[in-house]
Write a protein that binds this ligand. Sequence first.
Ligand code: ADP
Length: 349
Amino acid sequence: MFKTARFKMTMGYVLIVMILSIAFSWGMYVILRQEVQRFAQFQKVRMQHFIQEEQRVRPPYAPPPEIAVQFTNPDLEEEALYRIQIVFIGLNIGILILATGLCYLLAGNTLAPIQTMVDEQRRFISDASHEFKTPLTSIRTTFEVALRNKTLSLIEAKQLIQENLREIENLQALNDALLKLDVYQKFHNGHHFEVLHLDQIVESAIRKITPLAKQKKITIHKELTPVSIFGDASQLNELVVILLDNAIKYSPKNAAVTIITYKERSNAQLKVTDSGSGIPESQLPHIFDRFYRVDTSRNKNKVAGYGLGLAIAQRIAELHHGKLSVESKVGQGSTFTFSLARRSSAKET
Ligand code: ADP
């Protein structure tokens, strides 16, 4: 598809270049032809004048006027025009060859980002449909088997519905995450950006995540230096919740998670540290990719998730011109750092 598009685009560009080049050459040829004819005419008049002058001064030796007219030589004029034509044809052939090469490169460069985007979209659709397919097939099979079971009691049926409701809730969460990612992908600048206090955002994220932390008996330690930033409160809240949620999900029971905010030169920094499973070094570059889940014997299929949280967090960081990075050691834990430009505010000083 892209090869045909590149070919068509090249043809289009070349056509435009050649139309311009031929029109320019034709215009130049017409001007030069007029100049050659004018020059020939001027030469002819000058020669006649010169001969007449000669005749007047020395009448016995003056050549007949017909011979004088031959001095202007019409063949010479034709040859000059022919040479000009050849030069222009050669020039246009050269431009055609050069333009084809350059336009092919230009078309390739123009189409490259579109191709990357289309490939990415295809991969995204295929990954998303794969994530939906597995639980949907499982729900369908469970119901089909239950329908065929003539001895299924009401209690068993209710239990079955209960289990599948959980699967449906997960699918809903997946759908919400996909929609969120799509919305953030469309944003290019912050419509709801305002001066905010990062420490207050963290406080509100901690309140949101506390029930989950309590379930696993995880303690959240916080050291929050007041620091002002410019951003979207709900997006930043979501970013902090994602980091805290992961820190809790990938930590063992009774563990501790630390969250700190501080100033570093002109930046506001946020660090979330856990002592959980950690991430192998080889997989660190991929964890921000959509649908990427670390595949280790420690956490394979044990922790619920679709590999979209960090992709959303990364996108939010991008929208705030910030940077999200990670340091991790398997078995020792991970530290996620979010850094963005800070704003000066009266409350900070
Ligand atoms: P998920 O919904 O699977 O948690 P994320 O995009 O949030 O998706 O994370 C991607 C992967 O990165 C996770 O599957 C997990 O393997 C790894 N990961 C993220 N945060 C942590 C953490 N704090 N500790 C260990 N592994 C983590």
